[in-house]
Design a binder for this molecule. Structure first.
Ligand SMILES: [Zn+2]
Length: 383
């Protein structure tokens, strides 16, 4: 935000403003239907006070991330006031923190991308900017949905204005702390890189996650499942590729630092990780006898084992893992036989092999016996 006296007052009163202002703003917003942004489809268009921007500048060469030190709806209201000598291109909501608040991840555009908002003093005529709901002192405000909305937008802006999607061109209001950027910006961006004194979005802003999301696109149901699992703070961590189609043309997947999510229209989106993922990969991923996952990894009732279930065109399969036995697949008629005996809690215990060929047909080994499917009579037995 632009350092002004009024802003300090706003910050000091942010909580009060939020409590007093949110209901009225929420009602006002609800009374008129949201208007779409002409620049960027996912955004709501709700302009800042008329004329609180420059219509000419030096070209949009980089993008600046701020945090509001305040709340989404009250900050939008603040930028619409005649006395506010500040503006920004976009505002993102971090959390739906009251019942009348907007949804987490909601995006509002307040200044046209072609214009130059007033948010970074001497950088104003060189860049675009996004304000993010929250407080630099508390990382809880920097949510998955907020980062995802913001990085989709940053990617769009970088593509539109043709600047690289890197940390020299996607920066914080506090980027003066980064000596490498200061040197780069002074030499290449035509600005005085240290004219801003603000310290937002601060040390809790997760730049590794932010840039991972800029580079790697999460989509649809996979993103929803990633967020449901816990997103960046879950075992999955950051995406390491963009969402990709499987060779069969049916599924979609994304790999992350700590696992993968696979999706098909019929099976939904599920995560696979660790030794079970390694086994599935070794068998050939979704092209294997197991097909696609139909569960996340679960713990067995004894607290020892872990498993995922899978589905290959209607044939059900699983991978079971324990620390001592490792990971093994079991599927089809042999799996049905084992399941009918109580899975790993039954007399056979955990699988100790994948299914393999024998003279009679197919077989899997278990801790306490074998199960054989006889191809001549389609019978499954455990001797
Ligand atoms: Zn700022």
């Amino acid at each position: 935000m632009k350092p002004r006296t009024i802003l300090l007052k706003f910050r000091r009163n942010g909580l009060v403003m939020a409590k007093l202002g949110l209901l009225a703003i929420g009602l006002a917003a609800g009374a008129k239907s949201a208007q779409a942004s002409a620049d960027y489809g996912p955004a709501i268009w709700n302009p800042a006070y008329a004329g609180h921007w420059y219509t000419s500048g030096n070209g949009h060469k980089f993008h600046v991330c701020h945090d509001m030190e305040g709340y989404y709806l009250s900050t939008i209201s603040y930028f619409k006031q005649s006395g506010t000598q500040a503006s920004v291109h976009y505002c993102v909501n971090g959390m739906k923190d009251t019942t009348s608040d907007a949804p987490a991840g909601e995006l509002t555009q307040m200044v046209l991308e072609a214009n130059y908002a007033w948010h970074v003093l001497c950088w104003n005529t060189h860049c675009t900017g996004t304000e993010h709901e929250g407080f630099a002192s508390n990382p809880a405000w920097y949510t998955d949905l907020m980062y995802e909305t913001s990085t989709d937008l940053a990617r769009h802006i970088a593509q539109k204005f043709g600047f690289p999607q890197d940390r020299n061109h996607i920066v914080g209001h506090d980027e003066k702390k980064n000596a490498a950027w200061v040197a780069y910006a002074n030499a290449n961006l035509g600005i005085n890189a240290t004219c801003n004194t603000h310290t937002d979005p601060g040390p809790n802003w997760n730049w590794n996650h932010y840039m991972a999301l800029v580079r790697n696109i999460l989509g649809g149901s996979i993103r929803d499942h990633y967020n449901a699992i816990g997103g960046m703070n879950s075992f999955l961590g950051d995406p390491i590729i963009s969402e990709t189609g499987t060779p069969d043309g049916i599924g979609r997947y994304n790999h992350f630092q700590g696992g993968s999510i696979y999706w098909t229209p019929s099976t939904g989106a599920w995560s696979v990780r660790g030794s079970i993922r390694d086994k599935w990969q070794a068998l050939g991923w979704e092209t294997s006898v197991l097909g696609y996952p139909t569960t996340d990894e679960n713990t067995t009732p004894d607290g020892i084992g872990r498993y995922n279930h899978f589905n290959k065109n209607g044939t059900l399969g699983s991978i079971y893992w324990t620390p001592s036995l490792g990971a093994h697949e079991v599927h089809g008629n042999i799996r049905t036989f084992w399941a009918n005996q109580g899975w790993e809690t039954g007399p056979l215990g955990y699988p100790t092999s994948d299914e393999y060929a024998v003279a009679q047909g197919r077989r899997s080994n278990f801790e306490h016996g074998t199960v054989t499917w006889n191809s001549s009579n389609n019978q499954t037995t455990s001797p």
